[in-house]
Design a protein around this ligand. Sequence first.
Ligand code: UT7
Length: 327
Amino acid sequence: MNSSRLPIFSRISGTGSYLPGEPVSNNELVARGVDTSDQWIIERTGIRFRHLAAASVTSSDLALQASLRAIESAGRVPAEIDLIVLATSTPDFIFPSSAALLQDKLGIKNGAAAFDVQAVCSGFVYGLAIAEKFIRSGSHRCALVVGSEVFSRILDWNDRGTCVLFGDGAGAVVLEASDAPGIHATALHADGSFNKILSVPGQLCGGQVIGSPFLQMDGPSVFKFAVKVLADVAKEVLDAAGMNAQQIDWLIPHQANIRILQSTARKLGLPMGKVIVTVEHHGNTSAASIPLALDDAVRAGTIKRGDTLLLEGVGGGFTWGAALLRF
Ligand code: UT7
């Protein structure tokens, strides 16, 4: 796996995504007994649909579909992947990692490194920044970075304040060593003192769940925190690259709530026409949402080669981060 050549840059060479099953509308949630309305969900979040994986489908299954698409669009084959970083908070098992399971499902037998990253909704940006550092170090040349989640497994369907917001899905990119940029700058942050405002505070012990196995969120506190740090971290990577917001072709934020996306764009002085928005189609898919939105826009022809992209996420931990890159 080691290479004597020291590449200076890394670039995304392919994207892929996958949403399981048929879209489930807001009205279908009402029909299933959730005490909510289509109007409330659309007005407060912008979400119209989410996808819910069948009980037998796991994060590594969704990751496999997204990864195959990303590898194909990069013009690669699985055997060329020498690093797998899979961001998830809903892994298949406690162990082995979903990344290792994905490696097996992809039929990769070359001994490539594979591990999970747990940074909740910031997970994909964390994974991308980690893979970028591996590639820049010269130790690896062709990484698969995936965000994959089955958040439907950790939703309390009696908690209307959270269950209408989330969905299942996966997104992936192939990140390769390159002579030209590529990723200009990344920034990762965490503040664990905010752990209580968004959490699944349960643990397995002696065959029992101790605490709660369901997602709990103080929505308004998360909202305020998200808007602040998304604007801050965007400015941080722009400064690090010596660029300004006007040089961004597309902002691709974590897709949690249209109102958070609008506030972030406003703070950065960007028109919504420069923001990739897919939240209405799949809700909040945590670590999967940024690569899902990226792949959607790439396949639609909205994002083109050479465009400057700012990817940014925020989530439980609290964690947040951004990556500024030339696509
Ligand atoms: O992935 C990273 C993190 N997650 C996020 O980024 C989420 C951040 N937070 C949010 O997006 C918003 O805070 C929510 C969408 C979760 C909630 O919106 P809000 O405008 O902050 O509403 P709220 O929690 O202050 O609740 C307002 C009202 C309450 O009723 P009362 O007490 O005013 O009578 C809630 O009970 O809306 C009610 N409500 C609902 N009504 C219908 C809460 N959930 C629902 C629902 N349907 N699903």
